[in-house]
Design a protein. Sequence first.
Length: 76
Amino acid sequence: MKGNFLTNTPDSLINRKASAIRRFTGRFLENFKNYVFVLDNCYQKEVVDSFEYQKWLVIIGYIINYPEKIKPKSIE
């Protein structure tokens, strides 16, 4: 059982966390892609106001710039 010598965390736990984060990110991106598609259609039809559109752009900008702050709720 090797591990991270800085945090004394076993490799198995690091791998579990990494795979949970990958799954979370994959699901998030898939959902976001669908949301952007819907939002884009709404925006073109002027159903959604520009504030809602801007809000999502800000959220995505935050996620892209600070990925280390995005954490899944639970690690299996």
